[in-house]
Design a binder for this molecule. Sequence first.
Ligand code: UN1
Length: 496
Amino acid sequence: MTNQPISCLNYIGGQWQAANNGGQIESHNPAQWNEIVAIATSSDHTDVDLAVQAARAAYRRWRLVPAPARAEKLFRVGELLQQRKEELATLMSREMGKPIAEARGDVQEGIDCAFYYAGEGRRLFGQTMPSELSNKFAMTVRMPIGVCALITPWNFPVAIPCWKSLPALVCGNTIILKPAKDTPACASLLFEIFAAAEFPPGVVNLLQGSGEVIGSALAEHPGVDLLSLTGSSATGAKVAEICGRTHKRLCLELGGKNAQIVMEDANLELALEGALWGAFGTTGQRCTATSRLLLHSDIKAEFTARLLERTKQLKIGAGIEPSNEIGPLVNPAQLERVKAYIDIARNEGAQILIGGTAIDNKEQGCFFQPTILDGVTPTMRVAREEIFGPVVVLIEVTSFEEAIEILNDTSYGLSSSVYTQDINRAFQAMRDIEAGITYINGPTIGAEVHLPFGGVKQTGNGHREAGNAALDVFSDWKSVYIDFSGKLQRAQIDNR
Ligand code: UN1
C-alpha cells in the first residue's frame, strides 16, 4: 500500500492554515520507517501569538454559552468519533505503530470522554450551604479559567487530546492543542471532527510543530491561562519552571515506574495474563505500563518459566495486521533509548532472560523484542527509571510487606497492581500503596475515563485528569454570598 503523505496544517480561529515561517515536520510509519505518513506545518512563536489571540477573542463569548449548549458540541464530537473510528484507528496504527485493536481502544477512550463530559454540561454541580447569618444565602459556582494550552504525547494520540480538551471546553474554556510531532495526522483528523462539530471560530485551535519551540512559547505567553502537559518528567520540570514564573495554572501528568505484585496465593494464570498485557501492551509505551514485576519467592520460578514461554509466543509485527500483538516502538530515537537501557542493565549485572535486542530486518521498522530482565535489585537504574519500551524487570520478594515497600520505593507513583486472593492484603494494598491508581487482580494499564487519572510524587503536581476531577483542573470555584436582609451583617461578629 503506498499512500501519499497527508498534509497537516494548523487550525486557528476556524481556519486551516500553514505556519508563518514555512517549516515542516514529517511523521513516519514506525513499522516501515521509509513510509512518510504525514507532512505537517511547523509552527513558531508567531503562530502561537495568532492562536492565543484567536482563543482569547473566542473565550469572551464561549464562556457565556450555556454549558448544556456547549455540551451539544461534545455530543457531536462523540458521534463523529464513532462514525470515523475505523479511519482514525487505522491512521493511528500507521502513524505511531500500536496494534489496530489497541488503536480502536484509544479512539473509544476519546468517544467515552466525549459523552461523559457532554453529560457534565447539564451538571457542573456547585454546592449550596447555609450562611452563618440570617437572611443570607451561600453557594459555589464553577467558573472557566480562560485559554488552555494542551500539550499531548504520541502514545495515546486521540484519547489524551480528548481527555484534556473536552472537559476544558465543557467548562467554558477555549483551547490550543499542541500534539506530539510524531502524530500530526491523528491530531489533524481529530480537528476535522472538531471543525465538523462547529465550535465557534477560535474555541478550538491546533498548532503543529515541535514541543521545544511551541511548548515554551505557550508556557511563556501571557495570554495563556492554563497549561496541561502529558510527557516526560524532564519536560514537566522545564515547563513547571516557566509556569511558576508566569503564574499559570499547570496540570502535569508525567512518568511512571509501575509495579505488579504477584503473591504466592495469586491465581497465577490471571497474574500471567495481566503481566503480559501490562508490560508489553502498546509495546510498553504507556505511562501506566508494568515495568517491574515483584514476585513472591514461592512462585517466582514457576511464574518466570511460564512468563518466558508466553513471551516467546507473542507475535511481533506491524500493528495494522490484526494478528500481531506487539507493534514497533514509535521512532528510531525511542529504539536507541531502549537499547541503551539494555546496555545499562547488562553493566549493572542484570540477566537478560529473553529479548534484549532490536529486530533489525523487519522492513526497517523500529521493532524491539519483548524483554525480561532478572537478577535485578531495586537500586539498579532499570528498576528505577522509566524506559518506555517492552522491558520488564523481575524482583524477588519474600513477604507482602516487603513487596509494598519495594513497590513504593520509587520517585514515581502512577499505577500499581496486586495479584492475591487474600481480601486482607487487597485492603492493605489499597491503604499502603503510594500511587494514584491501584488495581487488585488486574494489570497496571486500562484506566477508565470516568475515574480520576494521575499519580503521586514526581508523576504529577497533585492534579488529576479524567473523571469529575478534571473539572477541578479546568474550572475555578467562586463562592457567592447573597444577603437579602437589607442591612449590613458582619460575618464572625453579628451572629455572636
Ligand atoms: C498514558 O499512557 O499516558 O490506563 C495513558 C491506561 C490508558 C491510558 C494511558 N487508559 O493504560
